[in-house]
Write a protein that binds this ligand. Structure first.
Ligand code: SAH
Length: 266
């Protein structure tokens, strides 16, 4: 077992402890042509052998054009999705599908949401604001892709994952990008992450029977929560909750299919 740094893990600290590696790329630089991700000690270099390498920016731009055509209009979200190389968050066998509007397996029986759903949820979280969101809590780090997108539209991102294998994988994926505002936590997101509260936004990538009370407690007044939740009709749908000075406003939107929110860690 590799030693696990204290929580929340600050990615730059993790990187600082790692052996010398090539200079990090910045997600903040527009149109950066993705290079193969810096090789972690034990894993093979995931060189883009599929032709997605040098022209992945063009493929990504097409994905973003499609998102726009599908109705996503938050420019900050579109720009973030244009910058994060989604193909570097999936297994090499799936690289060719990385920019299609499809969910993809990420191991441990989990999936990365399709780009349209990622964009839609973050747009709902931001609710039309033009400046950056404050602190955001993501439940379900998975492969780390959505955390990377969030890091470009929010000031701080706390992302919690209950499966140690995926938590480690996300850390590996994100290390090369050096995102000092992303904090990865291994733990049960059902209880939220009180240390980072209150949050301007809470976003869940896993769907539960109901929205756990700690999430509501940890939401700032004026903050928004977006989570797939089972509705009164017994179907999973996107639920948006806004905390006002007097209570919570709840809105049920379209039906969705997310992996289940589970308690405990594994
Ligand atoms: N945002 C992710 C999507 C991951 S899928 C990405 O970009 O890849 C949803 C994730 O939620 C899974 O990895 C699953 O293990 C995790 N999950 C489910 N219940 C959880 C809980 N209680 N706490 C933390 N993570 C949880």
């Amino acid at each position: 077992m590799s030693k696990r740094p204290g929580f929340p893990v600050q990615l730059d600290r993790v990187t600082a402890a790692a052996p010398k590696r090539p200079a990090p790329r910045s997600l903040g630089e527009p149109a950066a042509i993705p290079q193969p991700i810096a090789a972690p000690r034990s894993a093979p270099v995931r060189a883009p052998t599929t032709g997605l390498g040098l022209d992945s920016q063009a493929v990504r731009t097409r994905m973003v054009d499609k998102l726009r055509a599908q109705g996503v209009c938050d420019e900050a979200v579109l720009q973030a999705m244009n910058q994060v190389p989604r193909h570097q968050f999936v297994e090499s066998a799936l690289v060719n599908q990385a920019y299609e509007d499809t969910s993809l397996p990420i191991g441990w029986g989990q999936t990365i949401s399709k780009p349209n759903v990622v964009a839609r949820m973050i747009e709902l979280l931001r609710a039309g604001r033009t400046d950056k969101l404050g602190r955001v809590l993501e439940i379900g780090t998975g492969c780390g892709y959505q955390a990377a997108v969030l890091s470009l539209v929010a000031q701080e991102v706390y992302s919690i994952e209950r499966l140690r294998g995926l938590h480690e994988k996300a850390r590996e994926h994100l290390r090369a990008f050096r995102l000092p505002n992303v904090h990865l936590i291994f733990g049960d997101g059902m209880v939220g992450f009180p240390k980072g509260a209150p949050y301007a936004g809470i976003i869940s990538a896993a769907g539960g029977e109901q929205v756990p009370q700690p999430w509501l407690d940890q939401l700032a007044v004026g903050g928004r929560l977006v989570a797939p939740t089972v509705t009164a009709q017994g179907q999973q749908a996107l639920v948006v909750i806004e905390r006002t000075s007097t209570g919570f406003l709840r809105e049920v939107l379209e039906a969705v299919h997310f992996v289940p929110l589970k308690s405990g860690v594994a």
